[in-house]
Write a protein that binds this ligand. Structure first.
Ligand code: SF4
Ligand code: SF4
Length: 298
């Protein structure tokens, strides 16, 4: 009997990515987030669809309709064949959601992974906030680790760090690493940007580093908005003292692509600014500082 029961609400699956962890990775974007970042690059992954139907009349391809779902409750149906991917439905949704999300069982997802398994080195689950659907991740990674044709794939989580210690302890045995975003140093700045404080984020960073599972700590630099530059001395002291000295400190330079609302008026971070910040961190003895590949090519 199949004991895998978890399902996940999936926003998107990217069969190949070389920027979401080491090597070439299949990336699973789960729907729903517990932060509400002003600078979110995928704001339509934050909310869960309540099947209100508001997006139907805006679809120029008639790819959306309302059908009877479980217990005769109406639910939105997306016709993938008719969809032209104009993303009008994402723009009009009042819930920061999408009618294009789909439910996957662990076995459904294993079938997708198997189709691509010869061409990838690992799986990254991201979001939204991946860890809000923790049971699905645990069952999926357990299955990958216990199937001989999939065992070669490394299993990683890309997270905002809000998961509790109890939650991390459940999933740590099945992950090869995690990538955590620290959105701001000071609690007030973090709360202003994300809507939540950063206590859990610091706890998660320390716990994962202690277990040698913090593959990468990410800092997004937004000039005059994030406080990493003004707090660089305290930040550097913290990074130097992380239990695992091999953790990569990835710097990302804020750009406007995908953002909406007030974040569109925030200054972008130039190649010169991010490079100077990296040099300052290195001078303060921070190891493994990694610059964003895309901006360095520009
Ligand atoms: S995607 Fe948004 S607008 Fe469309 S039915 Fe769901 S909640 Fe309503
Ligand atoms: S992206 Fe949304 S609005 Fe555009 S065609 Fe597809 S379902 Fe319709």
């Amino acid at each position: 009997m199949n004991s895998r029961l978890a399902t996940a609400t999936v926003s998107k699956i990217l069969p190949f990515s070389c920027v979401d962890g080491p090597g070439n990775r299949l990336v699973i974007f789960l729907q729903g987030c517990n932060f509400n970042c002003k600078n979110c690059h995928n704001p339509h992954t934050i909310g869960l669809c309540d099947h209100c139907g508001d997006c139907i009349e805006h679809c120029p391809a008639n790819a959306l309709s309302m059908v009877a779902g479980a217990k005769d409750k109406n639910q939105i149906r997306w016709n993938a064949d008719a969809c032209t991917h104009c993303d009008t439905c994402l723009a009009v949704c009042p819930n920061q959601s999408s009618p294009k999300t789909q439910q996957y069982t662990v076995d459904d997802m294993l079938a997708v992974i198997r189709k691509n398994s010869l061409f990838i080195t690992g799986i990254t689950v991201t979001g939204g906030e991946a860890t809000l659907q923790l049971n699905f991740i645990i069952e999926l990674f357990q299955a990958i680790k216990s199937n001989s044709d999939l065992q070669h794939l490394s299993c990683m989580i890309d997270s905002n760090g809000s998961l509790s210690e109890t939650g991390w302890k459940k999933v740590i045995p099945y992950i090869d690493g995690a990538m955590i975003d620290l959105k701001a140093w000071q609690e007030d700045t973090h709360r202003w940007i994300t809507g939540r404080d950063n206590h859990r984020v610091f706890q998660s960073i320390h716990l994962l580093s202690h277990h040698n599972k913090l593959h990468e700590l990410r800092l997004l630099v937004i000039p005059t908005i994030t406080d990493f530059e003004s707090e660089i001395a305290a930040l550097a002291d913290y990074l130097v003292m992380l239990p695992d000295e091999n953790t990569r400190i990835r710097l990302n330079a804020f750009q406007h692509h995908g953002v909406t609302g007030e974040a569109l008026s925030w200054p972008t971070c130039s190649k010169e600014e991010i490079t100077a910040f990296a040099e300052q961190l290195t001078q303060l003895s921070v190891r493994n500082v990694v610059l964003p590949a895309i901006i360095l090519e520009s």
